[in-house]
Ligand binder design. Sequence first.
Ligand SMILES: Nc1ncnc2c1ncn2[C@@H]1O[C@H](COP(=O)(O)OP(=O)(O)OP(=O)(O)O)[C@@H](O)[C@H]1O
Ligand SMILES: [Mg+2]
Length: 370
Amino acid sequence: MSTFRHPGLAEPRTKEEWRRYRDSRPPQRPNMPSYNAYLKLPEDDRDDLNEARDIYHSALAIVDTAQVKRLHYLLERRMKANARRAAGARAGLVFDGPPTVGKSTLVKLFGARHENRLRRKNPEKFQDGYEANGMLIDFTPVVYLSIPARATPKDLSVLLADYLGMVQRGRGTQTDITNHVLSVLADVGTELVIIDDVHFLDLSAKEGRVVNDHLKYIANETAATFVYTGVNLKKSGLFLEGQADSRATQTSGRNTRHAVSKFGCVTDREKIEWAKTVMALEDTLVLYRHNPGHLVKLSSYLYDRTAGSICALTDLVRESAIEAVMSKEETITRKLMDRIEISEYAQDSYRNIVRQRRNAASRRTKEVAS
Ligand SMILES: Nc1ncnc2c1ncn2[C@@H]1O[C@H](COP(=O)(O)OP(=O)(O)OP(=O)(O)O)[C@@H](O)[C@H]1O
Ligand SMILES: [Mg+2]
């Protein structure tokens, strides 16, 4: 399974921050002297190497899971279909799933890769002083917006303006700002607009309708593919097919909703996919006494601990790797992982599993005895 390492930075809010995210490179894999040589290193040198390993483990890896690959494929296909489509209702994508399943990670990764591919093909567009139609253009093919809580339609336009670095004179009305944003989006060649955490838009009965209209207007007037991510969008009233409100359906009618989910552990295919993800993370470990494959053997324990959440899994492996260096154990064992507490949700779910198993075992013992 291929991996793409990226430092987990804060969500970008401007095109400059986006470019920093796009260009960020993961820390280098530290050079490891033999274990004997390591043990004999002067204390400061050993400390430096351990620090480099901590940084490397902290960055861990972004894994191209089957879900990431599938959704990237759909995005690429939709962008190709939209590329030369006549103005009007371009079809967008909606990625809907519970918290921390990797929605933001996968859309940002797609955006960064898309932009890097464009840069390889058209390097001139990314240079300072690029001109088109007699204008100096700051080519911005990808726009990424992370929506803050209770955002209104006007906030959405202001966020777009801020991202694009537009100087906003005085207090423009929503229509002024939106129209200005739309003309800049066209000038700077935006092809992909990612709207992350769209459930934070104010979807109260009154505002929800306005939000739908506003999103439809922006998407209609922009020659870009829109991708939205959020939690519980199916029930939220946004993008919802078959709503009594026909205007909500106008937005849903042009977007396709795809579920983003946790890993499963029932079918063989699901188990293999989980094990492959564990393996991809295990491959990044720089520990002296860790036998490759040991973590994969603990796949089912890892599933119980994390309930199939990529976020909980990476948190657990990351902190366990750091603990293995700090405690000098230099390997990740089940015993070591038992000492690492991750999210409250994952801890609760693990405690439940252990309790259920214990109850089932004591029932079986009683049955045998009677
Ligand atoms: N493909 C991946 N490979 C490795 N780690 C990942 C991957 N996707 C997500 N993660 C880890 O899980 C964490 C949470 O992911 P992310 O923020 O993308 O989830 P989300 O679904 O957007 O969550 P929220 O609903 O809270 O916004 C990330 O910080 C990262 O550590
Ligand atoms: Mg997110």
